[in-house]
Design a protein around this ligand. Structure first.
Ligand code: HEM
Length: 372
């Protein structure tokens, strides 16, 4: 090799190294910008057309952001266009599937809303709760707060299949959960909101994290506050999100101690609940009672009216109105459905923002039960 060839090889090596470094840093910038874009609501569906097109969600706004240099905008453009493509029928597809599932079973909307909560609290809204166990992998379904309790995974499978038929490989299982939760609330008479999209799915799950991140119904007020604060949610978010217990059912094992042993409970309510929840542990453990005694399939503010009347079903429910710092908020939600609705929506959007996987992290799972 003569001196010119050697010099040429040197230059090529340096150029290759610089190019790789540039590529890696572009990738990092893209991921970080995509993440920021997600967090600063630019993924919020800005108009009816864009809202139905994942690929173009907020893109024009994003590209004209003054803070972005032209080259960065191009990178971002490439990044976003090269991942999700449009899915014009996403919202209609999900909504009709949720509607038909709810008409088959009135409790369905509650179960679907809870799935989203149990997904987001465990390492973020990444669809990790949907993984099935395998011989070499233990997921979240058998974690204590989920086992024999979180339900209707089959409905998410059906919705995801319908979405895959409409637009293959574009919409994550995590986003399907987010849209499904919103639609459930709306169909049951609750408030509407624009669901942010663009989350990607985890490739792994953690049973341990599910056991430690989800608050049990035996929680004190301070334990509830800290478990929400651990995922960036305020006490107000916690009180507003707990309003979800205006729909759905709980098992005797989760409210037995409250209806037999507690004193901050309306006595005729306790008696009614004892009727279908025997005192002896192991007897009637799975018997169900409505979380909202009047209207467990209607989404409104009755939950808070119950708390003010000491008719919260779970110990953790009544903690929100028990002489502590959240009493005034509960009072206010019990009287002002509008305030509850707007705080609930704000908190749902915040919950949906917990640690999303964006950029090239995670994947868009085809089948929510397993990695691709
Ligand atoms: C504040 C802390 C919370 C605790 C301790 C808690 C605990 C529970 C428990 C023990 C049940 C009954 C499960 C069973 O007996 O099988 C339940 C049901 C439910 N939870 Fe929560 N929860 C909390 C917050 C939330 C949040 C933030 C949401 C939604 C955003 C939610 C939505 C629901 C729904 C809709 C049901 C009824 C599910 C059904 O009928 O299938 N919960 N919760």
């Amino acid at each position: 090799m003569d001196i010119f060839e050697a010099r040429l090889t040197d230059l090529e090596t340096t150029a290759d190294a610089r190019f790789s470094a540039l590529e890696a840093s572009s990738q990092r910038i893209e991921e970080s910008v995509a993440h920021q874009v997600f967090r600063t609501s630019r993924f919020v569906d800005p108009n009816p057309f864009e809202s139905e097109c994942l690929g173009s969600l907020g893109l024009p706004n994003t590209l004209s952001s003054p803070g972005l240099s032209k080259s960065l905008a191009l990178l971002l453009n490439f990044h976003l266009l090269s991942t999700p493509k449009s899915c014009p029928n996403l919202f209609t597809t999900v909504k009709s599937a949720v509607q038909s599932a709810i008409s088959k079973e009135a409790r369905m909307g509650a179960s679907l809303l809870r799935l989203f909560f149990h997904d987001c609290f465990v390492n973020g809204c990444d669809g990790s709760i949907l993984f099935d166990d395998t011989s070499s992998f233990i997921g979240e379904k058998r974690a204590a707060p989920n086992f024999n309790s979180v339900r209707r995974f089959n409905v998410i499978d059906n919705i995801k299949s319908a979405v895959e038929r409409a637009c293959p490989d574009v919409v994550s299982c995590a986003d399907v959960l987010a849209v499904t939760a919103r639609d459930s609330v709306v169909i049951l008479g609750g408030p509407n909101w624009k669901v942010k999209l663009g989350r990607r799915d985890a490739r792994t799950a953690s049973q341990g994290a599910a056991n430690s991140s989800l608050p049990p119904p035996t929680s004190s007020l301070s334990a509830l506050i800290s478990s929400f604060s651990a995922v960036g949610l305020s006490t107000k978010d916690m009180v507003a999100l707990s309003g979800s217990h205006t729909i759905g059912q709980a098992q005797c094992t989760n409210f037995r101690a409250r209806v037999y042993n507690e004193t901050n409970i309306d006595s005729s309510f306790a008696q009614t609940r004892q009727g279908n929840c025997p005192r002896t542990v192991g007897s009637g453990d799975n018997n169900l009672a409505p979380l909202d005694l009047q209207t467990p399939t209607k989404f409104e503010n009755n939950y808070y009216k119950n708390l003010v009347n000491r008719r919260g079903l779970l110990h953790s429910d009544q903690q929100l109105f028990n002489g502590g710092s959240t009493d005034s908020l509960v009072q206010s939600y019990s009287k002002n459905p509008g305030t509850f609705n707007s705080d609930f929506v704000a908190a749902m959007i915040k919950m949906g923002d917990i640690s999303p996987l964006t950029g090239s992290n995670g994947e868009i799972r085809k089948n929510c039960r397993k990695t691709n």
